[in-house]
Write a protein that binds this ligand. Sequence first.
Ligand SMILES: C[S@@+](CC[C@H](N)C(=O)[O-])C[C@H]1O[C@@H](n2cnc3c(N)ncnc32)[C@H](O)[C@@H]1O
Length: 333
Amino acid sequence: MVKCIRVLKKDGEPVRSKLISLGLLDLSFRIRSDGDHILLPVVCDSFEDYEIIDEELEVQKHMETDYRELIEVPSELKEKLPNSYDVIGDVALIKLEDELLSYKGQIGKALMAVIPSLRTVMLDSGVKGEFRIRDLEQIAGTGTSETIHKEFGTRMLTDPAKVYFNPRLATERERITLEVKSGETIIDMFAGVAPFGMVICKHAYPKIMYSIDLNPEAEYFAKRNVEMNHITNLVIITGDAKEAVKDLPQADRIIMNLPQMADQFLQYALEKAKVGATIHLHKIIERSDFDDFVKELVSKMKGFGYDMHIARTSELKTYSPTMSVYVLDIVRD
Ligand SMILES: C[S@@+](CC[C@H](N)C(=O)[O-])C[C@H]1O[C@@H](n2cnc3c(N)ncnc32)[C@H](O)[C@@H]1O
């Protein structure tokens, strides 16, 4: 039984506000309707002229938002529970240190409890191979890792076990989309399931965009995404970007999101870039080496006979304690 006051519905809101302002409303129980009255739970033994009565009220459920609060692990391991993870559609991917692996089931269930939209949680043991595919193991929920991710008004079918997909690039995809001018020809050299293509073709007005990827699985997902988003000006190509670009027209913009090695493809991109075109080159590197990398890249490309300058650089995210992922906006002069 809970201590309450019985208040006419028409007086309910002002009385509730007064109780809150005096710190007298008992927030651990739910307010209940009772005919033309409401029952307000209180933490006091008297309030104005109201009689204090005992009634059955439901406990107010507190929705926990931090999965770490739902996990019982030895205190020395508590601080190793990751505070970040990726959510792709209704699938969560989490990386765990070895000491936490015996708690993986509990961790998966805790994530599902705090994010009600999740269908499954996968343990992510990192990306491997030239397709950058994730090594995944289901630790909670049901079904596969195939899912539909929503981003900036588009829907993207993907499966991180079959093709690379990075939900953390949403802001970068939006930034580039806002730069695109109507009628541009765009090439995405390392496109995955074509998320740059979806967002750009949906919100900007390129004449045509080409999405290239070496992974044959990417083509299946990219084609489904084109249909699902009613896109008509995106061409999907499976193959090595170095070769595939040779058959394409000169471009106004080229996206190079293969941060481990995109710089090794830069001369092929410059060959396809119109004068004034922008190339968005991603690069993972030690933070202390970044300035030297930029200088060497410019001098190497000038050595190959390409006039270009770096219009902008920005650090997209931290990759490790000493390394970051950068994006360089390179303009062909
Ligand atoms: C970092 S992922 C990019 C994914 C995509 N841009 C996104 O935002 O989700 C790099 C992609 O490059 C592809 N790739 C690797 N080597 C390639 C090559 N030589 N030519 C074309 N694609 C390549 C991989 O299969 C992978 O899908």
